[in-house]
Write a protein that binds this ligand. Structure first.
Ligand code: FES
Ligand SMILES: [Fe+2]
Length: 357
């Protein structure tokens, strides 16, 4: 049984990736063709011609105005996926239409609905408003992961790994040493994990971008809305500087680290990442630095998770993980994901153990 929840919204691409040309990406095992109409609307439909399956994203298939012409025998489809012309006859079979996917462009992302289109409700798409806010400057990218999406969820819900895997970038001893608090909003389906470091070393990622030196307050508040959207609200401030009672926080630096975790297949993932900051808004040097640093950090995770995927593929059945307090958020996420996927077991295929302290 698949570990990938269906009847869900997933990020398929950044809006900037899709123009008036044919673009294909596999989402949850489905090969999907995207293109933008001349009016600017993003369309999403199956990337398989109904005739003999030729991929419509594959040359010599081509986009002619707002129609896709299959490069094999010329079946021609409109923006609604309906076939309007076939070769050698005037009658177009009634069933000649491509599967269409509900699609919404929001917060710089193109979201696609995987599952029953009748259940798609755009109001359920979680938000990441910083990514398009004029009060923030954002750098972003996407790295392909040759590992199942559940491994990336585990990774992002337990940031204690920053100390070890990302030392010299975002990791300092205090991340692993500081206990977390975990909360699950069962009704909304959101996992919250918080780690507030009130006296911590400032890692290079924040020292160079904020200009703070010496010890800092560093708060990490994770908000994960399974299956796809992960937000890390990161607050960096001089020692002892707290937000005002009214919630304003003018003397702190805020970074919103957003990940969209989109399964490509059962064993591969699109790892979308974005870093939005509310300081040094026009400083291209800071943008370049954060983009390069965060990409390096993401690639450190990618290398580790690719290894884990290979380890899992070769291990005998019944391997039992051992979980501790740091895993509370990850285990909660696994439980929600398993429920969404209609599974009794965790996405990694292992039973969900209770954390042990
Ligand atoms: S496969 Fe597309 S027209 Fe034949
Ligand atoms: Fe990481």
């Amino acid at each position: 049984m698949s570990s990938i929840p269906r009847d869900q919204w997933y990020v398929a691409a950044y809006g900037r990736e899709i123009g008036h040309d044919l673009f294909s990406r596999t989402i949850c095992g489905e090969s999907i063709l995207f293109w933008r109409t001349r009016a600017g609307e993003v369309t999403a439909m199956s990337d398989r011609c109904v005739h003999r399956r030729f991929p419509l994203s594959q040359a010599p298939s081509r986009l002619v105005e707002d129609q896709v012409v299959c490069g094999y025998h010329g079946f021609t489809y409109g923006a609604d996926g309906v076939c309007v012309a076939v070769p050698g006859q005037t009658r177009v079979p009634r069933t000649a239409r491509l599967k269409r996917y509900p699609v919404v462009e929001q917060d710089s992302f193109v979201w696609v609905w995987i599952g029953d289109p009748a259940k798609a409700d755009a109001a359920r798409i979680p938000r990441a408003p910083w990514l398009v806010s004029p009060d923030y400057t954002t750098v972003s990218g996407m790295e392909p992961l040759r590992a199942r999406f559940g491994l990336l969820v585990d990774n992002l819900l337990d940031l204690s790994h920053e100390t070890y895997l990302h030392g010299g970038y975002i990791g300092t001893p205090e991340v692993a040493a500081t206990p977390i608090t975990t909360e699950v909003d069962e009704e909304a389906g959101i996992v919250y994990v918080s780690r507030h470091m009130d006296d911590a070393e400032c890692p290079p990622f924040y020292a160079k971008s904020t200009g703070l030196t010496g010890r800092i307050m560093r708060w990490q508040d994770i908000e994960y809305t399974p299956p796809c959207l992960y937000k890390l609200h990161s607050r960096i401030a001089p020692l002892g500087v707290l937000p005002n009672p009214d919630g304003s926080d003018p003397d702190a630096f805020h970074v919103e680290v957003v990940y969209a975790i989109t399964p490509e297949t059962e064993h591969s993932t699109h790892d979308f990442w974005a870093v939005a900051r509310d300081f040094a808004l026009d400083d291209q040097g800071v943008s370049d630095f954060l983009a390069e640093q965060n990409r390096t950090v993401v690639l450190q995770d990618v290398a580790a998770l690719d290894v884990l995927e290979r380890v899992i593929a070769t291990e005998p059945p019944g391997y039992q993980e051992l979980s501790i307090n740091i895993d509370t958020g990850g285990l909660a996420a696994r439980r929600l994901l398993a429920r969404m996927a209609g599974q009794a077991t965790a996405p990694s295929g292992t039973a969900v153990p209770a954390p042990r302290s």
